[in-house]
Design a protein. Sequence first.
Length: 368
Amino acid sequence: MKGFQFKTYEAPDQSPFDKLFEIFKELIVHTSGDFDEAISWMRELDVEYKLTDEKYTIDDFIEDLKKKGYIKQEIKDGGGDGETKITAKTERAIRQTALNNIFGDLKTAGKGNHKTKTLGQGDEKNGEFKEFNFGDNIENISLTESIKNAQINHGIDAFNLTENDLVVEQTEQKSQMSTVLMIDISHSMILYGEDRITPAKKVAMALAELITTRYPKDTIDILVFGDDAWTISIQELPYLKVGPYHTNTVAGLQLAMDILRRKRNTNKQIFMITDGKPSCIKEADGNYYMNSNGLDQYIVEKCYNQAKMARKLHIPITTFMIAQDPYLQKFVNAFTEANQGKAFYTGLKGLGEMIFEDYETNRKKKLK
């Protein structure tokens, strides 16, 4: 009989440290790596939600963080204890958690949503099998599946393996990809009571972890843009903060294209996460032209020119717009048309899934 069976939810069995560590990793991203502020939040949550008991306190948790190498005590120049900071081990744990939380449910099981027209001799296995045919790469023969076939076809008593029993794992031809991820850190990313920068950071960390672990031949560079644009390392992502900046989209695009020009990969792309309109450009004389009132046509035209230039370089731009203002969507539509790229109008919730889907799709096709 088919149907549903309901039962009381049972939380996974975790140690007191592991339970608190999951909360700590979330808070350390929200506080941009500020350990003291994160612990202060944990103490407040402990009072309200009884996270600990007399057997294991927040102070015990801090001691375990030290012992396990997740935090370190800085030493002042004149001696004595300085600030407590997270270590590289914590940074890796945060990126792995972001990857699991955002992309964990998107792992392929059987056939996925990322369709490709051709299967054949490629460099990445996709988990699907087919009969061996003349010309197939013998390195892709699955011994386990082939032996299973032999036992089914000829019986177990007299083992016999023939060419008709052989099975190969199918592969997909995927080009190497160079990606630049642009993150808007203008002041609007924390305006109106909505924290937009923390989800953007989590997505950036998840994408970086995905590429470096799953697609090591691919490259990812991350840049942030406010009044100007500059690159940051993957390790700096947890500490990323919004500043009192305007939005210099042009500077971000120029830097992204400069980075991609130096890449040898055929496939190149720009992902841009933003919530606001372009409101700033840097003039040739070094001065800044800024206008936050509506869409300034002078600034907008500069953005369109950069979009067209990227198109000439065969660099598609995918814009992930996390604001819903109709007049901004009109600008993004025109920007996307100039580049022949793509735009997604998404809330913060679906941002990670959309970026993952688009990255996977782009790897399976030539972007030229």
